[in-house]
Design a protein around this ligand. Structure first.
Ligand SMILES: [Zn+2]
Length: 74
């Protein structure tokens, strides 16, 4: 099994890098607006948060990224 990595870029310092699943967090909210993934830029230490569309959510969960579900299922 080859290790999974995700390409990401920092909007603050414009660094491009690859992140392992453990470096990413995915938060799934009730709506598209509250669904996002986050990571810390390894270059500048900035906390980056980006909206996650359905395809990204699929990719991240499939890659073993820790997922937080923000909406409760009633
Ligand atoms: Zn950065």
């Amino acid at each position: 099994m080859s290790p999974v990595s995700f390409k990401a870029a920092c909007p603050d310092c414009d660094a491009r890098f690859e992140l392992s699943p453990s470096a990413l967090r995915l938060a799934i909210g009730a709506s598209r607006r509250t669904t996002f993934y986050s990571f810390t830029c390894p270059e500048c230490g900035m906390s980056v948060r980006k909206p996650a569309g359905e395809r990204i959510v699929e990719l991240l969960t499939g890659g073993g990224v820790r997922t937080l579900r923000l909406h409760s299922t009633v």
